[in-house]
Design a protein around this ligand. Structure first.
Ligand code: ZN
Length: 162
């Protein structure tokens, strides 16, 4: 029986790349929780999890095209240092937020710092990577009315923003 929409799904996972490097892990004390059917996780990952049983484990492999997409060379740009706010720490590896033309925040990372210009990269940090998830499904329950109205999970395993 597949997990339908509007369920609170609790799982633990270990995410690694094709080289076996661990990218992210959750643990028993801080599992990952999402509201199903609300585009809160990668669609292909959600699809694979929806076929799992509580207590079950599954290895889910996603190609980069089903995860964060291919690495886009055009998303690497040169900007003048003066476009950064005064006092900004301009070092390779620093992450900043910019706004897209429609006002959405988009993250970028500084790749290189030159005399007058900085090379920045708007690619998602996981762009171009195949993702391997080791998933253990911990719990599935119906979302409460309030959770559905808010579009996110409440309670001990959710966000404490109220
Ligand atoms: Zn809320």
């Amino acid at each position: 029986m597949a997990i339908g929409a509007n369920k609170v799904v609790t799982l633990n996972y270990k995410l690694s790349d094709d080289q076996g490097n661990i990218i992210q892990t959750t643990n028993k004390n801080e599992p990952f929780v999402y509201l199903s059917g609300n585009n809160q996780i990668l669609p292909k990952l959600e699809e694979a999890v929806s076929g799992m049983l509580i207590g079950g484990k599954k290895n889910i492999e996603l190609n980069s095209s089903d995860a964060y997409g291919d690495y886009d060379e055009k998303a690497v740009q040169q900007v003048k240092k003066e476009e950064f706010p005064e006092g900004a720490n301009l070092e390779a590896g620093m992450e900043y937020m910019a706004h897209s033309p429609d006002g959405k925040p988009i993250a970028f990372v500084i790749r290189e710092v030159h005399d007058e210009e900085v090379t920045i990269d708007f690619n998602h940090p996981l762009a171009g990577k195949n993702l391997n998830f080791d998933v253990e499904l911990i719990d599935v329950r119906d979302a409460t009315k309030e959770e559905l109205e808010h579009g996110h999970v409440h309670g001990p395993d959710g966000h404490h923003h109220h």
